[in-house]
Design a protein around this ligand. Structure first.
Ligand SMILES: Cc1cc2nc3c(=O)[nH]c(=O)nc-3n(C[C@H](O)[C@H](O)[C@H](O)COP(=O)(O)O)c2cc1C
Length: 247
């Protein structure tokens, strides 16, 4: 069973490719969280969790979902993360989670994919995103083949601790908030932002989005807006939005 969380589409893309190669079912954690579905998940095939790195760990919402859900049938779990540069020490937190859930960790691998964190100041021009995506594709296939054979993923050296241990809680306390989001006159009132928000944190009032307090900075709203009508303060003005594919 492949389970993914994704804001800008990278992890969804990787999860879908892994599901194809493994000929396995796929669950969107985004949809489960959105519909408050924390029901049991049963699988005889290994669990494959795919998600982005947020400040050197799994996104809190993904971690909470995994913690809350009762998994039955198999204890074997793979974790595949997508990131823009480095997963830092995400693997340490994945190991803790596996101990808690009594999962047998069959491997942790990271894939560098295009930077999606526009509100954090991270954007790249389209030609760079295209190149990074092309480079990621063979690694996704390699990982998928190893998982399909039921083998262990090659070990990766963990990165530095500073982001995962020290900066992660600081970022969640200070940065990871919806406060900066605002909609411009380009808004066509289509409601895509609210539909895509996994946290149900966007309400449509008089046709326009209004953000609440429960934001995980996944960037699905700002990056996925078809009119590029959402800004995050001034820092996103004129910057390339990156959004890969759809649900
Ligand atoms: C809140 C936030 C924190 C991030 N932190 C990191 C990080 O610590 N290291 C890194 O390489 N990329 C980081 N990124 C970039 C994402 O991990 C990367 O763009 C990922 O592929 C996005 O996956 P998605 O498209 O499935 O949401 C961060 C992105 C966000 C939105």
């Amino acid at each position: 069973m492949i389970l993914y969380f994704s804001g800008t589409g990278n992890s969804r893309y990787a999860a879908k490719k892994i599901a194809e190669v493994c000929d396995d079912e796929i669950i969107s954690i985004n949809q489960c969280v959105k519909s408050n579905n924390y029901g049991s998940v049963s699988s005889t095939k290994p669990l494959v969790f795919v998600g982005p790195v947020y400040a050197g760990r799994l996104p809190r919402i993904m971690n909470e979902y995994i913690k809350k859900v009762n998994f039955s049938g198999t204890r074997k779990a793979y974790f595949v993360v997508t990131c823009a540069q480095t997963p830092w020490q995400t693997v340490s937190y994945v190991k803790k989670l596996c101990e808690e859930k009594e999962f047998n960790l069959a491997g942790f691998n990271s894939i560098v994919m295009p930077q999606g964190y526009i509100a954090g100041g991270g954007t790249q021009p389209k030609y760079i995103n295209d190149k990074v995506l092309e480079n990621a594709k063979p690694k996704i296939q390699e990982i998928a083949k190893v998982i399909a054979k039921g083998k262990k993923l090659p070990k990766e050296e963990p990165g530095k601790a500073i982001m995962s241990k020290i900066l992660n809680p600081i970022m969640y306390a200070i940065m990871i908030k919806a406060k900066g989001f605002a909609v411009t006159d380009k808004c066509s009132k289509c409601g895509t932002c609210a539909d895509r928000c996994p946290m149900n944190n966007i309400k449509i009032v008089d046709g326009r989005p209004v953000w609440g307090d429960n934001c995980t900075h996944c960037m699905a709203c700002i990056a996925g807006c078809p009119k590029e009508a959402i800004e995050y303060g001034k820092k996103t003005q004129g910057k390339t939005r990156y959004y890969l594919g759809d649900e």
